[in-house]
Design a protein around this ligand. Sequence first.
Ligand SMILES: [Zn+2]
Length: 272
Amino acid sequence: MNIFNPANSIEKDTQESKYFVINSQQILTFKNENFVRPISADELNWSGLEIKKKHFLGYLNDNACFAVSSQGDCVLEDTVFSDLRSLLGRIPDDLFSVISRAIQIQNWYETHKFCGKCGAKLVENEKERAMICNSCDAPPAYPRISPCVITLIHRDDEILLAHNVNFPENFYSTLAGFIEPGESVEAALEREVKEEVGIEVKNIKYFESQSWPFPSQLMLGYFAEYSKGNLTPDLVEIDKADWFNIHQLPNVPPGKISISGKLIEYYVKNYS
Ligand SMILES: [Zn+2]
């Protein structure tokens, strides 16, 4: 069992340090190991990688843990840089939050080099994780998270699933969308549902949330009950949407990977 405690600055010495090595948004993994894990200081020393930047993430099992931004080839045996999305089934649940943090902080740092207001070079604030501009009064640039609402709509023993234009054939999922500035989560949910499939919902209930680092979403999962209207997919994002009996579902995302799958599994299991 891994225990991760996020922190922004190192406040204690630890016996070992652990490193998640990232190269162009890909993470270093071992081909001969089933699970993704951080590497040790020794492994990092012998990796042959050029280290561009280390970001302290917090404490993993009481050891200081870092995201390492690297370049060049890794000479450690059986290693490969892998896309995080392709690793989803191989990341232990208890490491997902730290890996998600590693990828997002590294991405934030790489994309916040200059001030968006005056164009001057940004510098790191040593007191908190923020990039600041010393040339103008632009506010500090913190790592950004984009909240998204994701909704399972139900109608007794049926659930509403939608087919996104980019999905494989016969693969369906719940509806999801970004929350707009000024909106509450509930208002965003109602708007997205109306826009994407043309119906209205009621009895909105919060389920749980999930960090989704592609690149920086926070998925807020909700259940909602069908209220009124006819299904009319927007044909832009959603080309098909339908009610499915909970015992006859199409291919849907697995619950152990995404909150969408979790919402579906939870509803099917608890419907009676
Ligand atoms: Zn500036």
